[in-house]
Design a binder for this molecule. Structure first.
Ligand SMILES: [Zn+2]
Length: 164
């Protein structure tokens, strides 16, 4: 009984992602929920991951953007570390590593598309390199852009600046 997918833009998290959001609602640098983008003064949208508890990598990517500054890497930033820290808050310690892997995979796919064919050959390193060689002002919006790629709608022009 496989029903045809008619509207890929309004699908729940991909099959196999049965992870549950167990953490509290998280607000980003724009005072918007990282799950649904609703302003923090308003309740979440009913389909928000913090309402449905249904995890998707996109919410993790958005939650990680605000943690980059807490995860410096000598030169640049440890994106993986930020993803893991966000995953600890969203899904808890038992699933944090696996959830961070999923987020990293979505970001990898996004970056490889952005960077083009050569990036495919260094696929395992693109997130790491992005963290080391890209400015924070560009890394953080890229996490949002990757989240958008994964189904969470957000206008990159509305990203603004991360607070210092
Ligand atoms: Zn929300």
């Amino acid at each position: 009984m496989n029903e045809p997918t008619t509207n890929p833009n309004s699908q729940p998290p991909p099959a196999g992602t049965a992870r549950r959001v167990t953490g509290a609602r998280q607000i980003d640098h724009n005072n918007e929920c990282v799950g649904c983008g609703t302003h923090s003064s308003n309740p979440c949208h009913p389909t928000c991951p913090f309402e449905t508890s249904s995890f998707s990598p996109s919410v993790l990517l958005r939650a990680a953007a605000g943690r980059l500054r807490d995860n410096p890497a000598g030169v640049g930033y440890d994106i993986r570390g930020a993803l893991f820290a966000a995953a600890m808050d969203l899904v808890g310690p038992d699933e944090a590593a696996a959830a961070a892997d999923e987020g990293q995979e979505v970001l990898t796919g996004f970056l490889v598309e952005e960077w083009g064919e050569q990036a495919e050959q260094i696929r395992a390193q693109v997130v790491y390199r992005h963290g080391l060689f890209t400015d924070l002002d560009n890394i953080a919006p890229s996490l949002y852009a990757a989240a958008r790629h994964d189904g969470l709608d957000f206008d990159p022009d509305a990203f603004g600046d991360l607070p210092a």
